[in-house]
Design a protein around this ligand. Sequence first.
Ligand SMILES: Nc1ncnc2c1ncn2[C@@H]1O[C@H](COP(=O)(O)OP(=O)(O)OP(=O)(O)O)[C@@H](O)[C@H]1O
Ligand SMILES: [Mg+2]
Length: 395
Amino acid sequence: MLDQVTHVENKLAELERVTLDDLSQVAQDARSVLDQVHRIMQHPNPAKTPPTFQSPYIAELCKIDKGHIRHLAEKHKLPYGTKIPGSKAHEYTLEEVIQWVNTLGNYPKRPEGQQGLAIAVVNYKGGVAKTSTAVALAQGLSLRGLKVLLIDQDGQGTATQMFGINPEEHVDYEHTIMPYIEEDQPDLRYAVQPTYWHNLSLIPAASVILAAEFSLPAKAAKKVDFWNFIKRGIEPLRQEFDVIIFDTSPSLSHLTMNTMLAADGLVMPCPPDALDFASSVQFWGLFDDLLRAFRKHDPNLAAKTYAFMTVVMTKVQPSEGHRLVKPWLKQAYGRHINVLEIPESAAARMAAAQLKTIYDLGKAEGTVEAYRRFKEPMDKFCDDILEKIALAWRA
Ligand SMILES: Nc1ncnc2c1ncn2[C@@H]1O[C@H](COP(=O)(O)OP(=O)(O)OP(=O)(O)O)[C@@H](O)[C@H]1O
Ligand SMILES: [Mg+2]
């Protein structure tokens, strides 16, 4: 017994208390390691470059026979790429691929006089593939000929990092949505920047945007309908862009709520996992509660409609657990459940480890089979969202 007491006392003596200064040191050390990782992965900045593509990719996107590429290039005065040394194959830049798509791809285009559509990717559960889905969708829609803007609304800046930008090093207050939120800018046009990806622009984020959580509700004192703030901020951008995609944070924050009210379409990625499902149910409950509260102040909100709301199952595994939960999701979300499932995939993990999406890989890295198994459903998902956008334009 005495031995045990002495043992505990010894252990207590060894116990090193963690002070707030220690935590501050942890923050600095961790930041410095992350910065080094960024420098290794993305040096020199901006190091991220689009992939190059070969004829089969163009043939697939434009739904043409790859044997006709040469003839079609001559007929339509389209770029014939650059011959790969030592091979018969030709290599195309992203811009060239988009030129082919714009000429021969049979994808819907924004009709004259129609506004660009805003899509918010939401779920307050973390790690459900919001950012992966938002960035891949943005790239996928640009590959289908649309001009896309991605707005990073998450202080973690994960989407920003996927564009090869280190948020804490290269994103300042004035690059983000904040000057607009603080009413130093009339709308969000100032913050749009081009990216390494043709026809895809970005409004980046860093932790400074967390201040929006205080600034937005503070506007209530000035009798400003702060829940419509983002909606007003993107209004002039709807002319320039066909689609505006928001990547939101894992929370139903004021910013996310604002974004959901600005959006014309909602995408909720959700793995068919019991806890993720339960969390998604909570999310809609909370959204409904907040909406009721806002509607008391703004009766116009009653007229708000969405062109679509779609729950897409992500990170789907062929496991017993996932098989069990899928029907719950289908029953809970009914017509809103997307018919497509995005599988848990080694190709997605491998791409993500290099801060890439499946579209950053112009061709398979790893096995062709793993690449196809992920790219095919992602392509179909992009086609499906484009169809929903086109329907909204026609309505
Ligand atoms: N289909 C997939 N297969 C395997 N891994 C995936 C897949 N989709 C996403 N991931 C991985 O899951 C992790 C979380 O993805 P992501 O960052 O897109 O989620 P998130 O919902 O945006 O997270 P957060 O809530 O932190 O913003 C990442 O490491 C990502 O690479
Ligand atoms: Mg994210």
